[in-house]
Design a protein around this ligand. Structure first.
Ligand code: NAI
Ligand code: MG
Length: 338
């Protein structure tokens, strides 16, 4: 692999632990990234005075490629999600979240689906306000969802094109157009328009989100690629991670025209941070997606196979998967498979 510049954000909570494990494994597999290390989230606030320092933005503008640990967002009050800001600043409109059964003997076998989530619009645009009435500063709260035709079309095109190039058979458009007739309606209409261009190549159907959630739990094998709006995709992708043994196994890529950021679906897991027990698999799989993205599919595929062998054949597993390997022990086991 020829050397390639990339931004690295280690992240908060378990971020530094799983990032260290991932970097070790990447070097064992000969992935030649020149890391430009930058700060974000709580670490950014503490050491650079901002959850999203300008130096971090400049770095991603330059490298167009980033591997990112989870960043803590205060719940309720406090700064806006840095994850959401990054997606909006760099127009990372497609959030690709694959979920595939890896550990046999779980509740489900044969899950192999990809959720493609619209990543810049919908209820996550930040138009979320409280209003004072009398002496109650939060007497009323209001959020606004914003969808554009172009925004809907581009993520749906991404999903169908992804299905085509990855040999997938079907795209399910997930919506709530029966109730949210304008916003979700526009998404469904756009999805159906794009589906016409892929007739005979990629099959298409659509499902209302609540039914889709039930179907995912009842019969996840029926799904292939799903494309949906921001909030629904956020929720359904955690649900999908649960089908295959938890968040420790779920990677994601945030893909835009000008940059791509790869990360785990999970957050900073403050409940287990600093104990060296977090599962680094999700971030390692995100790094494998990053390798695919830069045209190094061979290394990406070898890394995925090594992770699978370590978990399935070697039975080296972290605690979330019922084992007792530490984060570092798991990383060493994967590196030995290089
Ligand atoms: P979380 O994903 O951090 O944790 C949920 C549960 O899963 C916890 O019990 C945790 O211990 C477990 N878990 C997560 N990752 C794991 C791993 N690799 N190995 C073993 N167990 C793991 O979600 P939570 O607690 O809702 O959020 C914590 C913080 O993370 C919040 O500040 C949130 O805003 C942030 N967050 C950041 C994301 C990002 O950077 N993309 C995504 C999701 C949440
Ligand atoms: Mg989420």
């Amino acid at each position: 692999m020829s050397r390639r510049a990339a931004t690295l954000i280690r992240g908060d909570g378990i971020g530094p632990e799983i990032t260290e494990a991932t970097l070790d494994v990447l070097s064992a597999f000969g992935a030649a990234f020149d890391w430009d290390e930058q700060l974000g989230g709580m670490a950014g606030v503490e050491h650079a005075g901002s959850p999203l320092p300008n130096a971090t933005l400049d770095s991603i503008r330059r490298t167009k490629l980033c591997l990112k640990g989870p960043l803590t967002t205060p719940v309720g009050d406090g700064y806006r999600s840095v994850n959401v800001s990054l997606r909006q600043v760099f127009e990372l409109y497609a959030n690709v979240r694959p979920t595939k059964t890896m550990v046999p003997g779980g509740r489900y076998e044969g899950v192999d689906l990809v959720i493609i989530r619209e990543n810049t619009e919908g209820l996550y645009v930040g138009l979320d306000h409280v209003f004072r009435v009398g002496d109650d500063p939060k007497a009323l709260a209001q959020a606004m969802s914003v969808m554009t035709r172009e925004g809907c079309l581009r993520v749906c095109r991404y999903a169908f094109e992804y299905a085509k190039t990855h040999g997938r058979k079907k795209v399910t458009i997930v919506h709530k157009a029966n109730i949210l007739k304008a916003t979700s309606g526009l998404f469904l209409e756009s999805g159906r328009m794009v589906a016409k261009d892929y007739e005979g190549v990629v099959a298409a159907d659509d499902k209302i989100v609540d039914n889709c959630a039930m179907q995912l739990v009842l019969k996840p094998e029926q799904f292939d690629v799903l494309v949906t709006t921001n909030l629904f995709g956020d929720i359904l992708s955690d649900l999908a991670a649960g089908l295959i043994g938890g968040l420790g196994l779920a990677p994601g890529g945030n893909i835009g025209v000008h940059a791509a950021i790869f990360e785990a679906v999970h957050g900073s897991a403050p409940d287990i941070a600093g104990r060296g027990i977090a599962n680094p698999t999700a971030l390692m799989l995100a790094a494998a997606m990053m390798l695919d993205h830069v045209g190094e599919q061979d290394i990406g595929e070898r890394l995925r196979r090594a992770i699978e062998t370590t978990i399935v054949a070697d039975k080296t597993r972290t605690r979330d998967l019922g084992g007792n390997a530490s984060t570092a022990e798991f990383a060493r086991a994967v590196a030995r498979r290089a």
